[in-house]
Design a protein around this ligand. Structure first.
Ligand SMILES: [Cu+2]
Length: 280
């Protein structure tokens, strides 16, 4: 091969090998599969919020965050972060269940946590998000209005139990249900006050899925949900025998097996007062 053909090839090879070493490529890969929800500018930093859909909805939201240093145009890899979602209502304000924020597994620039929005206004208004973070020993804080859209089905339930306490229950899995025995995963939180929502441990959630549109039939091989202390969520088997609308009738029992909320589904009682919904 003549030199005039080799040179462009060498140049192209050099160009691509350089660009794969470029930091930007690594950064782009870290948010692959995620959609930007919002950016929040706080003086010298820009905070980026991501999730799978690119929007906050009522229920469980897994959120990824990055902080960009606007001066150097690079992402901060050693920040510590916390957050406080807040809903302003006509006569009071309240927060919601949320996790701590930790570095996402196997990532350098992405932090991760969840927020469970238990309600919203019909126009998605009412919520703000405060982010507190520390970079190199300096504390920063920013509060910004966010939009939280109403999810079409009841994927979260807020209720008062027979013990007088308020609880929040949120459906996390299945995200993509199929005609099969699906792993069902929910979060259960006690509303200690308007700001504090600790995880409830070691309760049991009885499960009875039904199809109200089809004679309220059930399905075989469901199991009740039990607490997993490795990740603080509840797990059980959810059997879905066909596509369509399912009402996941639930009954919450405390550690003494007292029923705190919900009723059995019978001929006379077609639905529990505690339920989540699912459609696929
Ligand atoms: Cu509210």
């Amino acid at each position: 091969m003549k030199l005039k053909y080799l040179l462009p090839i060498a140049f192209i090879a050099l160009f691509f090998s350089c660009s794969t070493d470029n930091d930007d490529d690594a950064i782009v890969n870290e948010t692959e599969g995620l959609e930007l929800i919002q950016t929040i500018i706080n003086n010298n930093q820009t905070i980026e919020l991501y999730n799978e859909k690119g929007m906050f909805e009522t229920g469980y939201n897994l959120v990824s965050l990055r902080i960009k240093d606007n001066t150097t145009d690079s992402y901060i890899e050693d920040a510590t972060l916390s957050w406080m979602p807040m809903m302003q209502m006509p006569t009071m304000e309240h927060s919601s269940p949320k996790s701590t924020i930790t570095k996402a597994l196997g990532k350098d620039t992405v932090y991760e946590g969840f927020i469970i929005y238990q309600m919203t206004n019909t126009d998605a208004s009412g919520w703000s998000l405060t982010l507190n973070y520390t970079i190199d020993g300096t504390d920063y804080s920013v509060t910004e209005t966010i939009s939280v859209f109403q999810y079409e089905n009841q994927n979260t339930a807020t209720f008062m139990s027979s013990d007088g306490s308020n609880y929040i229950l949120a459906l996390i899995e299945p995200k993509d249900p199929s005609i099969a025995v699906n792993e069902m995963k929910v979060g259960l939180f006690k509303m200690e006050n308007m700001m504090t929502f600790p995880v409830v441990e070691d309760y049991t959630i009885a499960l009875d899925p039904r199809m109200p549109g089809m004679g309220n039939h059930s399905s075989p091989n469901n199991t009740d949900l039990t607490y997993n202390n490795a990740d603080n969520f509840y797990y059980g088997d959810l059997s879905l025998t066909m596509t369509g609308y399912w009402k996941l009738n639930l009954k919450l029992m405390n550690t003494n097996d007292d029923v705190l909320k919900g009723e059995d589904v019978t001929e006379e009682n077609e639905s529990s007062s505690l339920y989540l919904e699912l459609e696929f």
